[in-house]
Design a protein around this ligand. Sequence first.
Ligand code: EPZ
Length: 436
Amino acid sequence: MDAFVIRGGTPLHGNIAIAGSKNAALPIMAAALLTDDPLDLLDVAELADIGNMRRLLHALGCDATAHDGALRLHVTDTSTSAAKYDIVRTMRASICTLGPMLARRGEARVSLPGGCAIGVRPVDLHLKGMEALGARLSLDSGDIVATTPPGGRLIGATVFLGGAYGPTVLGTANVMSAATLARGRTIIESAACEPEIVDLAAVLNAMGARITGAGSPRITIDGVERLHGARHRVMADRIEAGTYIMAGAIAGGSLTISNCPVDCLMAATTTLAEAGVTIRAEPGADPLRTTVTVSRSGPIRPTHVTTQPHPGFPTDLQAQLMALLTLAEGNSSITERIFPDRFMHVAELARMGADLMRHGSTVLVSGVKRLVGAPVMASDLRASASLVLAGLAASGQTIVRRVYHLDRGYERMEDRLNAVGAHIERVDERSLPLMD
Ligand code: EPZ
């Protein structure tokens, strides 16, 4: 297992280009199961999760090859429709193969995803959506077994997909994808409004689907007989962009972020402006692929944030914001409404001198003058990013162990940050002294 050895305290100067969105690419890759034609995708990032999805799709008879600068996904064998536990347990997003496989092949077997560091991660809303479309569901030794109704085709329906914690992103992706081949009209009420859903709907429509309302809480899908291939450039990763914007904010200096979907980050950029961070977007550029400049002339100011479904402040930037606010001049609060237990980074940040007090789903952040480098442990993707950001600002050396969590969602983060002035070395954990 790898670790990062970070020497903190240097400001960042230069440009970081944002890669294609992990959370857009994963359901879009699963959509390849909806057609026998090739689906060509551009800007698919080189990430562990993307590699896992390629492995899963291969096991489901969909091969991924490089073709004319794109990742070409092409179903060549529909004989197996079982997504095995060994892949699903490593990546919850495997669940988004359920809808496409069921809609195209009439049957699907997907292992129930386990929980993870940020929470239980149920899939009840996914199953509710599939049942609304007429699917017959059963559980068999940890697998969801789904079949289409007699006649072999899903049936369009109106379904309320909201849960106790708001809409479900991958649940919306699953039902929207499955409904493209259903007979008749499907309306998803309380659909997720995330930009990744908009990107998925754009690909599905390019494949011949008839979807309106993506990006709003009500999505309408009129089923068609079949879908054909398409070529699509995956949207830029708004969470990666937000992470690097906060890296620039916490380390100081002047960082530019190119291919930045600043239009999808309004809640985050507004919060950062309240915290004293200046984010200047290139005028007149594509708001989904802009170059922004990040700088801070004064102290980090405290603020109060609650994570919400899009367009609210994204839960996937909560840990990174907390790292920044540990150095604010005053007291902040962060309330997590999507995954109330998403605080694995709190104890680790405290090891670096942060002053944090958790009360249920809220953490009170009392600003401190400085963070001090320490050995810390990554636990989930965004908590890992939070620890790297803290290490950039901390005095001395920070060792972040188990950075495989980071590699799930960030392409070679150490190279990207070192190119703009950071000092991060990737080492084999076995070369390090045992943690105290
Ligand atoms: C997606 O996960 C993202 N992952 C997550 O990003 C992100 O944190 C999450 O959406 C929320 O924005 C991908 O897109 C691959 P949800 P998803 O279903 O779809 C509850 C990252 O760091 N819920 O929107 O799995 C759930 O427990 C990852 O890149 C149910 O109750 O999340 C949560 O409280 C982490 N029943 C809330 O809804 C269900 O059937 C939102 O979850 C499904 C979800």
